[in-house]
Design a protein. Structure first.
Length: 87
């Protein structure tokens, strides 16, 4: 593999690709911004505990809360990425 020569036009192209400004074909190669992943950085610790028998309603509800939080945060990330793809 040869090193890419870093001249002004290639730097501009690289930045435009990372910014998603190089046309619809290159949008999927755009960089993800930390702010788009912010929801993932705020995931709470798991509340559910391991059980050895039939779970109680309280244990089930803790698990459901955990799954719901993960689902909501993943949906927020997906929405942020979709906005960038559509923009």
């Amino acid at each position: 593999m040869t090193a890419k020569k870093l001249d002004e036009p290639s730097i501009i192209e690289d930045v435009e690709v990372l910014a998603g400004k190089r046309g619809k074909a290159s949008i999927r190669r755009a960089a993800i911004r930390i702010q788009d992943l912010d929801e993932l950085l705020r995931i709470e610790p798991v509340k559910a505990e391991q059980v050895s028998g039939t779970p109680t309603a309280a244990q089930y509800n803790k698990l459901l809360e955990d799954v719901t939080e993960l689902n909501n945060r993943l949906n927020a990330v997906a929405l942020a990425l979709q906005r960038r793809l559509i923009a």
